[in-house]
Design a protein around this ligand. Structure first.
Ligand code: PA5
Length: 452
């Protein structure tokens, strides 16, 4: 408020216009009409997708749930191959909604769903070797559920080297494990891919029975609510209808409510004005909980790849507090005045609050008896309030976003909120939020080196 209060009314009309343009982009996309050059690619399809899926489009939700239920009962380890937008959204959902020690739990305690491993998201020989080795050597009785594994390979273009190379290797390993002619080596692979492209062609050639589409008009980093995020989420037992409901509900609020009653527009307004008028182009997503870290990484990609163009665009940075108060906290408190701290907090934790035990006076050297009985959430709350006060006392701006609970509905709202905010901010500042032409440069050079 102390930095942007007066400017809010000045940009209200511009913000509403940017919001209306972002929603009009959906109509343009759906109309099938000609898309002006400056709007290409137009990947606005993510905006109405949650409601369309809830309304039963192509029976896709039912198909994903049925196929996920079948796969879940046939494997105990799921390897998901994908990178960027074909990886980070699922990871955000997994870390937020599954048990933090999911892979260590017994099958019963996991809710009768498989363990999850990510690959194809880097060119790291050590991690890939270790996973392949673990799958080959730990699982020696492929006929038993407890030792069976399968693959979901996700690539919209099919032309992404990291994912394609990993798919070859893991496919090979799967063939060796079950026997190359075994029906399991075929049935336990589910490709999620664009309507055309190399992975689609390969899937057709290999005759995979279950494949899921990534629709045209939904860009990679905006694709978490397609089969990219939802199919593996369903295999892991997440409530994908609740996720979609959260996303559809925040979309409707964003479409209809004015600035001041609209969390998407409020977030864009604060970040935009601090950047425009005060040069605060570091955008720190300050998450207060380990389970939100991957959501932060997902948002880092979304913001950087969408608005980091034409030598402009804020730089995203994710921190997890209180952990990072002991590292980056110093700089946020006393470093350059180039950042806004966007707090993301959770009101109600899933688990029972743990409290500090009282000990005998003779061993109270840590002097914690004076807060004995206080709970971890109470300590966290004190840290949040104390940190915000420290920033405010030094006129360093913060925003607060509060998730009532870290559940499927809330994650649907949260991820869609950030995607809408990014699309609207793009329209506000005149940057096409879709497409990532800058990523091609390294790929082309790499291709020249590898294929010459
Ligand atoms: O946002 C994007 O479009 C990118 O981050 C892509 O998701 C990423 O490059 C992976 O692309 P693909 O799914 O085609 O393999």
């Amino acid at each position: 408020q102390f930095l942007i209060g007066d400017q809010l009314s000045e940009i209200t009309d511009q913000l509403h216009a940017a919001r209306d343009e972002a929603f009009a982009d959906v109509d343009l996309l759906r109309s099938g009409g000609e898309i002006p050059a400056e709007k290409q690619p137009l990947d606005s399809g993510f905006i109405d997708l949650p409601q369309r899926l809830l309304d039963g489009e192509d029976g896709l939700v039912d198909k994903m749930l049925a196929s996920a239920a079948a796969l879940r009962t046939r494997i105990d380890r799921l390897v998901v191959l994908g990178i960027g937008g074909s990886y980070m959204g699922l990871r955000a959902l997994f870390e937020a909604l599954c048990d933090p020690y999911h892979n260590e739990l017994s099958r019963d305690d996991r809710g009768d769903v498989p363990r999850l491993y990510f690959e194809g998201n880097n060119l790291d020989n050590d991690t890939m070797s270790s996973l392949l080795k673990m799958l080959k050597t730990q699982c020696v009785r492929p006929q038993e559920l407890a030792e069976r594994w399968g693959i979901v390979v996700i690539s919209k273009s099919g032309g992404t080297l990291e994912t394609a190379a990993a798919f070859r290797m893991f496919r090979d390993a799967l063939g060796e494990y079950y026997g190359h002619q075994s029906h399991l080596a075929q049935e336990l692979v589910v490709p999620v891919t664009g309507e055309t492209g190399k992975l689609r062609d390969l899937s057709n050639a290999l005759g995979y029975e279950h494949t899921f589409p990534i629709p045209d008009g939904v860009g990679g980093r905006f694709s978490v609510f397609t089969a990219v995020g939802l199919f593996p989420a369903a295999v892991l037992g997440m409530d994908i209808r609740a996720i979609l409901r959260g996303a559809a509900d925040i979309t409707e609020i964003c479409r209809t409510k004015p600035l001041g009653e609209n969390p998407v527009l409020d977030y864009v307004a604060a970040c935009h004005l601090l950047e425009r008028d005060h040069g605060m182009d570091m955008r720190v997503l300050s998450t207060w909980g380990n389970r939100l870290e991957a959501t932060g990484f997902w948002y880092d990609q979304l913001l950087a790849e969408s608005l980091g163009k034409h030598e402009r665009g804020a730089t995203p940075l994710t921190v997890v507090n209180t952990r990072d108060l002991h590292s980056r906290g110093q700089q946020h408190q006393e470093g350059k005045r180039d950042r806004v701290i966007n707090n993301l907090t959770i009101s109600e934790f899933a688990s029972e609050p743990l409290s500090i035990p009282e000990v005998a006076a003779g061993v109270d050297q840590d002097q914690l008896n004076r807060i004995a009985g206080k709970t971890i959430p109470e300590l966290l709350q004190a840290a949040i309030q104390g940190t915000n006060k420290a920033y405010a006392d030094d006129k360093r701006p913060t925003t607060d976003m509060v998730l009532p609970k870290l559940d499927a509905y809330g994650m649907g709202q949260l991820l869609q909120l950030f995607m809408l905010a990014t699309a609207i901010e793009g329209r506000l500042v005149g940057t096409n939020p879709y497409g990532q032409p800058g990523v091609e440069a390294y790929k082309n050079n790499m291709g020249d080196i590898l294929y010459k």
